[in-house]
Design a protein around this ligand. Structure first.
Ligand code: BES
Ligand code: MN
Ligand code: ZN
Length: 487
């Protein structure tokens, strides 16, 4: 999908299948639509002016144009005055669906008629992101393939086709592409999306983008690095674990990188602390943190941003077997700290803690780990927000703010000592669980013990990464926006 910006004069002359007019009661018809309106006996004006027929945000009304015009259809689309991010995303989703129904290959959308509480650049960014995201459909493992998307050209009429607005379209498009990468990896079944599959995915990214390079660490190398905690998770499976390192170098080598660390448990059965059967299939999504690292890499590489970004993914499968780690086993992490594995289902933190030690070698500017870490996070925040924890208040707020901008929201959570004390163990430096209360917080406290030497944040995306068995592509938008905000 290609986005181009036009001013009103050139926009109305641009040939396309459909013209979309965002409408609220005080929308003024552009003169060319005015003529069409006359040919339709004023139906457009009537619809738009009549209180009874007034379109709510996201409701659409289509007209076939009989007169000679640059387009064969006009769609009137209700847009709320003072629209928020949420309203605007609902609007753009509805417009996209209407265009799909109309089998449109090209469209002109008049953004000058929009009255929103957002800048024009942000309107463009969110429209592009939404259009690319809603065009994603999963059909990889289905015999009946979904229809190919026809919409190729999106022309936006804006008040000024300046560099900032052009950049906004690029940002939105790239964020959308990145989110779609995350969705696709998340949706793939666990027998396809294995640690080895993720490693190949990283090599594919490095092939596609000159500034991306990748290194795959095998179990033998992980043993040498003394990642005893991560390796304890993979003990019960036949799938070889991989630690995947992706480097995007867009700035001078002397510039410190932002490091993203993703939980890539390609299937989480719980291990010996086996999960109940109901909805266990959803644990194929337990690599969505890793998927968001891939997606953010994709977005940043696509944009060619002037930053250094490193993505590290811990890809493992958590299975029970005769060789699996048992409750009560004590393992030694790469940091030297010992951990009593009281529950083999609290495996994400066992993977991440070694990666958090490993990434110290990159002398990071900041580290964010992203993980579908706890069911408790879903209880706390539902599916609407990711939880964000940090050892730096400004960093925590910068991540929250980035999420607010692109409507990929995160909510700040505490890392208090009282919670941390719940991790006490009689047989090791710490246990891997903190009891039944405050589960998302104690998991974050566990991780914080391994992230003392740099600015760090943890995002628990257990609620936000998927919903109704569909991966959401979150928090690629938040992470990419955060990186952009740093430039
Ligand atoms: N991957 C799960 C967390 C999860 C569960 C995410 C449900 C989304 C939906 C994680 O590995 C896990 O099993 N956590 C345990 C921790 C507990 C044993 C302390 C949990 O949340 O039950
Ligand atoms: Mn688990
Ligand atoms: Zn898990």
């Amino acid at each position: 999908m290609d986005f181009s910006l036009k001013t009103a004069a050139s926009g109305v002359k641009t040939k396309a299948n459909v013209f979309v007019l965002p409408a609220h009661e005080s929308t003024t018809l552009p003169s060319i639509v005015d003529e069409i309106d006359k040919s339709l006996n004023g139906q457009i004006t009537i619809r738009q002016k009549s209180k009874r027929l007034r379109l709510k945000n996201g409701q659409v009304n289509g007209f076939t144009v009989v007169e000679k015009a640059s387009w064969s259809d006009v769609i009137l689309a209700g847009s709320k005055k003072g629209a928020s991010q949420r309203d605007w995303i609902a609007f753009t989703t509805a417009v996209f669906n209407a265009l799909k129904l109309a089998k449109a290959g090209s469209v002109v959308i008049d953004l000058t008629q929009v009255d929103a509480a957002l800048s024009e650049a942000l309107l463009i960014q969110l429209l592009a992101k939404t259009f690319v995201e809603v065009s994603y459909q999963y059909d990889t493992t289905l015999s009946d393939k979904k229809d190919k998307l026809l919409l190729k050209k999106v022309h936006l009429i804006v008040s000024s086709a300046n560099a900032a607005n052009k950049h906004a379209a690029e940002l939105g498009r790239s964020m959308g592409l990145g989110a779609n990468v995350a969705k696709q990896l998340g949706n793939l079944p666990g027998n396809v999306c294995t640690p080895s599959f993720l490693a190949k995915e990283a090599q594919g990214l490095a092939k596609s983008y000159q500034k991306v390079s990748t290194e795959i660490l095998t179990e033998a190398q992980l043993k040498k690095l003394k990642m005893g905690s991560l390796l304890s998770v993979t003990a019960g499976t036949d799938e070889p674990a991989k630690v995947i390192v992706m480097k995007y170098q867009g700035d001078k080598a002397s510039q410190k990188p932002v490091v993203l660390v993703g939980k890539g448990v390609t299937f989480d059965s719980g291990g010996i602390s086996l999960k109940p059967g109901a909805r266990m299939d959803e644990m194929k999504f337990d690599m969505c943190g890793a998927a968001s690292v891939f997606g953010t890499m994709k977005a940043v590489a696509e944009l060619g941003l002037k930053v250094n970004l490193i993505g590290v993914v811990g890809a493992v499968e958590n299975m029970p077997s005769g060789c699996a780690t048992k409750p009560g086993d004590v393992v030694t992490s790469m940091s030297g700290k010992t951990i009593e594995v009281l529950n083999t289902d609290a495996e994400g933190r066992l993977v991440l803690c070694d990666l958090l030690t490993y990434v110290e070698k990159f002398k990071p500017k900041a580290v964010v780990d992203i993980a579908t870490l706890t069911g408790a996070c879903v209880v706390a925040l539902g599916h609407h927000a990711s939880a964000v924890y940090s050892n730096d208040d400004d960093f925590q707020m910068a991540l929250k703010k980035a999420g607010d901008v692109v409507y990929d929201r995160a909510w700040p959570m505490p890392l208090w000592d009282e919670y941390d004390e719940q991790l006490k163990s009689a047989f090791a430096d710490m246990g891997n669980i903190g009891g039944p209360d405050g589960g998302s917080v104690t998991a974050a406290c566990f991780l914080s013990r391994f992230a003392k030497n740099y600015t760090w944040a943890h995002m628990d995306i257990a609620g936000s990464a998927w919903q109704k068995k569909k991966a959401s592509g979150r928090p690629v938008g938040l992470l990419t926006q955060y990186i952009i905000d740093q430039i």
